[in-house]
Design a protein around this ligand. Structure first.
Ligand code: ADP
Ligand code: MG
Length: 250
């Protein structure tokens, strides 16, 4: 398998708090990688570092042979890496459909849109179809005309995934996608993510729900106080003393 993403020796401190300590791992094409670790171990910071929301102190991140670690977030999105947030914020007045449409990164050309040229109308129609399809996939069709801010926490997570997918990413990073999602929807979300990975998208998933992780991932990495202490199949985790110690706070 080819390495799609390579993270090499990433370190990050906030003041005196060394949150990431020379973190190194690879992601393969089509892989679903679990990112585990107790609260405060640095998982969200690692996603922020890869997606350019947090500048790292040292280390490199490459996609294929392209260095992305000094790029601003919008360039990293253009390089094919999308992410969702642990606590998604939604604009107060926009509908669910409008939010997804706004997430389309395709450039239609200002004049195409303003003058309502056929090329602009065609592009908008295609985006609309794509957005409708994604809302359907993420079980949000019924709420597409509601204000996004009125959605439940779980639905906001699903909307965040729909937005991330509008840009056709090669890599999608999800920060606790199951938290707040109704138990009845979890299995469907897991199936949706499996389908995505079969289309060639690689996923990095931060998640505490081990049932979900086991149903999706062939490999997990575990962070403990900024160090990766394990990289293994999810079934191996409970036998790994470093992982057990991480969760017991030893
Ligand atoms: P996790 O996602 O594993 O729960 P985080 O990456 O959110 O952990 O946080 C790891 C540590 O980094 C925590 O001690 C947190 O307080 C600290 N931290 C995260 N973001 C910031 C920030 N922007 N400024 C200062 N400290 C931060
Ligand atoms: Mg977090």
């Amino acid at each position: 398998m080819t390495h799609l993403l390579s993270v090499n020796g990433i370190s990050k401190a906030f003041g005196g708090n060394q949150v990431l300590k020379s973190v190194t791992f690879d992601l393969q094409k089509g892989e679903i990688l679990g990112l585990l670790g107790p609260n405060g171990s640095g998982k969200s910071t690692l996603l922020n570092a890869i997606s350019g929301f947090t500048a790292v102190d040292s280390g490199t991140v490459t996609v294929g042979d392209k260095r992305i670690d000094k790029m601003p977030p919008h360039k990293i999105i253009s390089a094919g890496i999308a992410r969702t947030f642990q606590l998604p914020a939604m604009p107060a007045k926009m509908t669910v459909m409008e939010v997804v449409m706004t997430a389309g990164t395709r450039h239609h050309g200002l004049w195409d849109g303003l003058l309502s040229l056929p090329s602009g109308r065609q592009a908008e129609k295609e985006d609309h179809q794509k957005a409708s399809g994604l809302l359907e996939t993420l079980l949000l069709t019924k709420v597409r005309d509601l204000p996004a801010a009125a959605l439940s926490g779980g639905q906001k997570k699903l909307l965040g995934i729909a937005c991330a997918l509008m840009g056709d990413p090669a890599i999608l990073m999800l920060d606790e996608p199951m938290a707040g999602v109704h138990p009845n929807l979890r299995q469907e979300l897991a199936e949706t993510l499996k389908t995505l990975s079969r289309t060639g998208i690689s996923l990095i998933i931060i998640e505490h729900d081990m049932h979900f992780i086991k149903s999706l991932c062939e490999r997990c990495i575990v962070l403990d106080r900024g160090h990766i202490v394990a990289s293994c199949h999810p079934d191996e985790l409970s036998k790994n003393q470093d992982v057990v110690d991480a969760y017991l706070g030893r």
